[in-house]
Design a binder for this molecule. Structure first.
Ligand SMILES: Nc1ncnc2c1ncn2[C@@H]1O[C@H](COP(=O)(O)OP(=O)(O)O)[C@@H](O)[C@H]1O
Ligand SMILES: [Mg+2]
Length: 230
């Protein structure tokens, strides 16, 4: 069953067109890695899927049509998003930031991610619960953004370079967490250039010239595609 289905998505910024008809899908329990050069539109695609910038084309989350809905409605339907710039509220405490993310699962299933579950996974956050978020290191803020997204119990998670600024052992912990999420049936669309993500991914999607240039198993990525688009 598909968690996310996208057809002919076009988007950009004002007169600047970035995406010219993107087709892709992410299954339940599938981790899809979105690759492309800097500026190829990976972040733009995630923003368009979340409804943060205007887009044409069609997108569905499970059986629900997303097209035209504002971001909060998409979140309520089960779409989670961790932006590259994290969007932490700096003056609120770590705990207050986390609580802003709390939401039951859209399908009414028991919500696996509550505060206790998240704090057990992200020990550095548990240790800094009452600190203002701006006191956290970049890596800790990255964790906070991911933890907050999980508290929304999404069925499909959009992740824009979630391991940026993390120490190597925390990168490994992030990979482990994504594996756990996938095993629990969550769909994940991940933007990440480093090799750990290719080892983890079920499929890779290569974005170039505003379209999908390749889609398939990581091992099947043709050298010519890498040379031309990565
Ligand atoms: N807020 C913005 N306003 C105008 N152009 C933007 C904005 N954000 C990104 N762009 C442009 O859109 C293109 C795609 O950017 P982006 O989606 O951030 O690429 P990626 O995440 O793959 O590196 C780039 O040419 C970039 O300069
Ligand atoms: Mg980006």
């Amino acid at each position: 069953m598909t968690a996310l289905r996208v057809r002919g998505l076009c988007s950009g910024y004002g007169a600047v067109r970035v995406l010219h008809g993107v087709d892709l899908q992410v299954g339940r329990g599938e981790l899809v890695l979105l690759l492309g050069r800097n500026g190829s539109g990976r972040s733009t695609l995630l923003k368009a899927l979340m409804g943060l910038i205007a887009a044409s084309g069609e997108a569905w989350l499970g059986a629900q049509r997303l097209s035209g809905l504002p971001p909060h409605r998409r979140a309520r339907l089960g779409l989670g998003y961790v932006p590259a710039q994290r969007d932490i509220f700096p003056r609120l405490s770590v705990r207050q930031n986390l609580l802003l993310g709390v939401k039951p699962a859209a399908d009414g299933s028991p919500a696996p991610w509550d505060e206790a579950a998240v704090l057990a996974r992200f020990a550095p956050l548990a240790a800094r619960l009452h600190a203002p978020a701006h006191r956290l290191s970049g890596g800790e803020q990255q964790m906070l953004a991911l933890a907050r997204a999980l508290l929304g119990n999404p069925s499909l998670l959009l992740l824009d370079e979630p391991a940026e600024g993390l120490a190597p052992q925390r990168v490994a912990a992030t990979a482990d967490l994504l594996d756990t999420l996938r095993a629990g049936g969550m769909g994940v669309l991940l933007v990440e250039q480093r090799p750990w993500a290719r080892e983890l991914a079920d499929r890779v999607v290569v974005l170039g010239d505003g379209r999908v240039q390749f889609c398939g198993a990581p091992r099947e990525l043709p050298p010519a595609v890498s040379a031309a688009w990565l």
